[in-house]
Design a protein around this ligand. Structure first.
Ligand code: AMP
Length: 288
């Protein structure tokens, strides 16, 4: 079991050691923040870390590429891994702990208990990626057991995921506050994602179609458009114009329940999933 200091960051592999550290800090009255990630850290992840280091006394970042949230034909094997760079970035933000377990420590022999995700997980990503949220909920609940933190930080970039976790925390009375932080974007609007590394130059340009379609949707709603179908058509045509033609969904939904709406007359969110080349990208935007 590894538990090493890299500069000022302590890297912990062992779940029991991790739990002891969290409990000891809390028994000394320290507020613990948790930032779950799959590594390949970028400024989006680091914005969550900054929120935690600002609001909490001690911050734990988890780095674990969770196999159970990937489908059989997805990119688990290619998923970028860059632990040394990640640790250097976290050290510069004065993170105390990085929990980076081996897969066998999270899914030991005979592992067979799974979380059945809340209803809000059934649509959108839940339809496009069967089993994804079962894997997400299970690993997140396990992380909450290993790191019983006071606040956990998620990104709005994965909007449905953040709502799924909120629903699970509510339904299962989990004693943790869920904080959702705004999406960090490149200056041209592309939402930061570990998967952007897969994009070649032309795909990188086409990928801008997602944020542009969402921007056009938000502008139409701000101008008084109230029909979700009209906004969805607008997003599809913006995506097509940008050269993005493999769209899995471009939808307008109730911001709380993610159910379809008849009219944009309450807080709503637009969500897109599309393939650009070989790369699957998601993005979303709340309507004000
Ligand atoms: P991942 O490593 O992709 O599982 O992401 C870990 C956390 O970082 C999740 O809560 C994501 O929503 C969040 N995240 C990913 N990209 C961004 C972004 N561009 N802005 C803000 N948060 C993000």
């Amino acid at each position: 079991m590894r538990s090493t200091m890299t500069g000022t960051v302590q890297v912990i592999e062992c779940p029991d050691s991790m739990r002891e550290l969290v409990r000891a800090a809390q028994s000394n009255g320290r507020r613990v923040g948790l930032v779950p990630t799959m590594g390949a850290l970028h400024e989006g992840h680091l914005s969550l870390v900054r929120a935690s280091t600002t609001e909490c006394d001690v911050t734990a970042v988890t780095i674990f590429v969770n196999p159970s949230q990937f489908g059989a034909n997805e990119d688990l094997d290619q998923y970028p891994r860059s632990l040394e760079n990640d640790l250097a970035a976290l050290e510069s933000l004065a993170v105390e702990w990085v929990f980076a377990p081996q897969t066998a420590q999270m899914y030991g022999p005979g592992f067979s208990t799974w979380i059945s995700p809340p209803e809000i997980a059934a649509t959108l990503e839940g339809e496009s990626r069967p089993g994804h949220f079962r894997g997400v909920c299970t690993i997140v609940l396990k992380l909450f057991q290993i790191l019983p933190a006071d606040i956990v930080y998620f990104g709005q970039k994965d909007y449905q995921q953040s709502q799924v976790i909120r629903a699970m925390a509510r339904d299962l009375d989990l004693p943790i506050e869920v904080s959702v932080q705004p999406t960090v974007r490149e200056s041209d609007g592309l939402a930061l994602s570990s998967r952007n590394q897969y994009l070649n130059g032309a795909d990188r340009q086409r990928a801008l179609g997602l944020s542009r379609a969402l921007q056009a949707a938000a502008a139409a709603v701000a101008d008084g458009e109230r029909s979700p179908q009209a906004v969805e058509q607008l997003m599809l045509s913006e995506l097509r114009n940008a050269g993005v033609d493999e769209v899995e969904y471009a939808a307008v939904a109730d911001a709380q329940t993610l159910a379809p709406v008849q009219n944009i007359d309450r807080p709503c969110v637009a969500l897109i999933a599309a393939r650009v080349g070989q790369t699957r990208l998601i993005d979303n935007r709340l309507f004000e």
